[in-house]
Ligand binder design. Structure first.
Ligand SMILES: Cc1ncc(COP(=O)(O)O)c(C=O)c1O
Length: 405
């Protein structure tokens, strides 16, 4: 098999032709889109635009076919047992809100427990909290070890309390650490819990196999998988989806409506109220088709090489405190410079056209536990180059020189 050619890969992203002077290392926030995705959305609007599932006309039937083909492509990418196990949402946040709301009205009773971890994104904390407080459900939290990994012994101890739901991220959006999800799912299932995986950062690292992983739910956003914004996926096993009370009511998700009662449509429509993001679904399927032309192992090896070089460079820079471990890392490095505020470091990097994110990265409980105001986050993608690594290291040195002068 030919080696991975990063320049050829990068050329497929028009963004970099428009911004040749920028080093983009904010991929954990959102990724750029290859031309194949831009073209698929454009063509949908130019050629195929109509509403889905409701038109008597042929144009609507064609749009419906494209939308449902997109669902099938995603189901097959995830190795879902059934196509209706893929529910389209606006993103990971919407999917987690649907799961939390849906289970709170069926599975969870006052006094029940759910288990989260210390490093969750707010999207996997707040939706639970919104309902837990009102319904008297208790949230337990898996702490971290001193090297910022999940404390798996504490995880097992907390599972012994019998949580009804366990929800955790596949990859930390702050640290980049890859969680041992297969082991965590197996342990949670043995404890009788419903398992939810926040795959927002995980889906681009590894093609997740739902039947092998055997989790109940896995969610992600299209825009972190080279796809469009405003589209995401709530994967659920059929039995798990049946536990969910719909969060949104409206057209499409119903079977019969009267002012006395409503009966719901079958899956997946029961959980997709209103007109969906049709072009977004088509764009996400295009992203997946495009991605499948590459060997994911090669993409991850390239990212690992960038990470190795970045860590190597950091080891020569004084005053840097690295929060992320280089092992089991999917390509994200969070760090601080002495006692400088992360926002100040990011401003100086921005002035040198290096795009990173600074702050608490929607993970305030993580930073509270670390007793830090935040961190600067460098997140790599397969289209980044060794030149990006070198330029970001130089820019960081320059920023440190200015801040500590
Ligand atoms: C781990 C994790 N979960 C959830 C989300 C929320 O994703 P979105 O804002 O696309 O809904 C993010 C976004 O950064 C994330 O990194």
């Amino acid at each position: 098999m030919p080696g991975f050619d990063v320049q050829q890969f990068r050329q497929q992203f028009a963004f970099f032709q428009h911004h040749p002077d920028w080093v983009y290392l904010d991929n954990a926030a959102t990724m750029h889109k290859p031309q194949a995705v831009v073209q698929a959305e454009l063509e949908f609007y130019q050629i195929s635009n109509s509403n889905v599932h409701r038109g008597a006309h042929q144009l609507s039937q064609q749009a419906t076919a494209l939308f449902e083909q997109a669902r099938s492509s995603i189901a097959s990418y995830l190795n879902a047992a059934r196509v209706h196990e893929v529910i389209f949402t606006s993103g990971a946040t919407a999917a987690l809100n649907q799961i939390a709301f849906g289970l709170m009205h069926t599975l969870l009773q006052p006094g029940d427990r759910i288990l989260l971890t210390q490093l969750e994104h707010h999207a996997n904390i707040v939706p639970w909290q919104l309902h837990c407080q009102r319904h008297g459900v208790i949230i337990d939290v898996v702490p971290l070890t001193p090297d910022h990994s999940l404390d798996l012994q504490a995880y097992q101890d907390l599972l012994a309390l019998g949580p009804k739901v366990v929800s955790f991220s596949h990859i930390s959006n702050v640290l980049g650490h890859i969680q041992p999800v297969a082991q965590m799912v197996a342990l949670a299932k043995a404890a009788g819990a419903v398992t939810v995986i926040d795959g927002a950062q995980g889906v681009v690292y590894q093609q997740p196999d739902m039947q092998q992983l055997d989790c109940d739910f896995y969610v992600f956003s299209g825009h972190k998988l080279y796809g469009p914004t405003g589209i995401g996926v709530l994967y659920g096993k059929t039995s798990a989806l049946q536990l969910l009370t719909p969060l949104l009511g409206g057209g499409e998700m119903i079977e019969q409506v009267s002012f006395v009662n409503t009966t719901f449509n079958k899956l997946p429509f029961r959980l997709e109220a209103g007109t969906p993001n049709i072009a977004g679904a088509v764009g996400l399927a295009a992203a997946i088709h495009w991605l499948q032309k590459f060997n994911n192992k090669q993409l991850q090896q390239h990212k690992a090489e960038l990470l190795r070089e970045f860590y190597q460079g950091l080891s020569h820079i004084k005053a840097v405190d690295i929060l992320s471990s280089p092992v089991h890392n999917a390509g994200i490095v969070a760090l601080n410079v002495d006692t400088e505020h992360p926002a100040d470091v990011a401003v100086l990097l921005n002035q040198q056209q290096v795009a990173v994110r600074a702050g608490q990265h929607c993970a305030m409980p993580l930073f509270s536990s670390l007793q830090l105001p935040g961190a600067v986050r460098f997140s790599f993608a397969a289209y980044n180059t060794l030149d990006d690594v070198n330029r970001s290291l130089l820019a960081l040195e320059q920023a440190i020189e200015i801040l500590t002068a």
